[in-house]
Design a protein around this ligand. Structure first.
Ligand SMILES: CC(C)(COP(=O)(O)OP(=O)(O)OC[C@H]1O[C@@H](n2cnc3c(N)ncnc32)[C@H](O)[C@@H]1OP(=O)(O)O)[C@@H](O)C(=O)NCCC(=O)NCCS
Length: 163
């Protein structure tokens, strides 16, 4: 597994992955469908934004997913999101999150990293807690999926947390 900077070469693989995976769309609460042009525009924006830190998660050069920090330098904080479209349960997600936490706290001197995760996503919640994220609260009925409301759990980790 390699973590490499997200680049335009991944646009087609990202578009194919996103279009073909209802389960990952459910886990990430992704309602929309995106075209290749949408992914190209997204990558272009990301590359031009100094407050984004994005890594593609790859295996043998093949795109598996991405992990993203959206940094607010004024607050020394960042939002994190991660999605794999394959290769689950091989430790890749944990490695990728450890990498961005190291980047946030040690390279960018951030204080806080937070995220939202839907309450049914037991695997993600397990991984986040294992890596030191703590639950802060719930956004009640934040996601409507197939006619059913679900809570989003807000989690965070601070540079000063004992982990
Ligand atoms: C969540 C995600 C990033 C985790 O990455 P991963 O590479 O699959 O996870 P890892 O292999 O690093 O770790 C999996 C851990 O979860 C545990 N696990 C697996 N399924 C589980 C479940 N249903 N309930 C609880 N724990 C579970 C494994 O036992 C393992 O535990 P360990 O690290 O203590 O041994 C990845 O699965 C993913 O992207 N999923 C789809 C999209 C998604 O959910 N994104 C997050 C949105 S907030």
């Amino acid at each position: 597994m390699e973590l490499v900077p997200l680049s335009m070469e991944f646009a087609a693989e990202m578009a194919a992955a996103g279009a073909n995976d209802d389960e990952v769309n459910r886990l990430t609460g992704t309602h929309g469908t995106f075209t290749l042009e949408d992914y190209e525009a997204y990558i272009e924006r990301t590359l031009n934004d100094p407050n984004r830190y994005t890594r593609a998660i790859t295996e043998d050069g093949k795109f598996l997913g991405e992990v993203v920090l959206t940094i607010n330098p004024h607050n020394r904080s960042a939002g994190m999101r991660i999605a794999l479209w394959g290769g689950f349960g091989k430790g890749y997600g944990s490695i990728a999150i450890r990498h961005v936490l190291d980047h946030a706290f040690n390279e960018r001197d951030l204080h806080r990293v937070d995220l939202e995760v839907y309450d049914f996503n037991d695997r993600a919640i397990h991984v986040y807690k294992k890596l030191g994220f703590r639950e802060e609260g719930r956004l009640r009925d934040a996601l409507l999926w197939d006619g059913v409301f679900h809570d989003a759990i807000v989690m965070s980790i601070l540079s000063t947390d004992n982990i």
